[in-house]
Design a protein around this ligand. Structure first.
Ligand code: URA
Length: 210
């Protein structure tokens, strides 16, 4: 598994405004979309392309285009939805699938409560969007779900992660073809499972409390 922490002043600047508790939802949503275009740029470094020959007004030349099968972008409901627009802006030919993950309050295991994905992901390159890598349970389950369907390789893009959660994902998915791209790696998880310093509940900050 590879981990890449994006290190860029623009990313840190946008993250600072996202973290600020006084930032209202409309600004938070707009900034998440902007931040995502930057993280998507980092996260698509290994997107598969195929060679193509084109003609400029001057000469014939070689280039590349996004390969087939099309990449699949999978936001994890609900907060991952806030990352989708920024991602598909950079990868407009991608298909989009949806995965809803929640914790079973009895077993404490992550369970899938909604799923809209192709049955067969053989040879597909998948990009999972999950803003907060906290304990790592739901991200691990989501990535395993995609591999079980035949995915070729998976890149997860997260805005923030806690070291404990990242270590848990690394342990669970050791040896798998997984890349994790982070906006920042924070200090720790608190006793309520929140990332510290973090930005609070990403779903609530994006969409208001329900
Ligand atoms: N999910 C969130 O939205 N925030 C956290 O800090 C941890 C999990």
């Amino acid at each position: 598994m590879r981990v890449h922490v994006a290190d860029h002043p623009l990313i840190t600047h946008k993250l600072t405004v996202l973290r600020d508790e006084s930032t209202p939802s409309p600004i938070f949503r707009a900034l998440t979309a902007e931040l995502m275009t930057l993280l998507a740029y980092e996260g698509t470094r290994n997107v598969r392309v195929e060679p193509v020959t084109i003609r400029t007004p001057v000469a014939q030349t070689q280039g590349v285009r996004i390969g087939k099968p099309k990449p699949l972008v999978v936001p994890i409901l609900r907060a991952g939805l806030g990352m989708l627009d920024g991602m598909v802006k950079l990868l407009p030919t991608a298909e989009v699938g949806f995965l809803g993950m929640a914790r079973n309050e009895v077993t404490l295991e992550p369970t899938t409560y909604a799923e809209r994905l192709p049955e067969d992901l053989a040879d597909r390159q998948c990009f999972v969007l999950d803003p907060m890598l906290a304990t790592g349970g739901s991200l691990t389950a989501a990535i395993e779900f995609l591999f079980d369907r035949g995915a070729q390789d998976v890149t997860a893009i997260c805005i923030l992660a806690a070291p404990e959660g990242l270590a848990a994902v690394e342990k669970a998915l050791a040896g798998r073809e997984v890349t994790i791209v982070l906006g920042a790696l924070d200090e720790r998880l608190n006793e309520h499972g929140y990332i510290v310093p973090g930005l609070g509940d990403a779903g609530d900050r994006l969409y208001g409390t329900v």
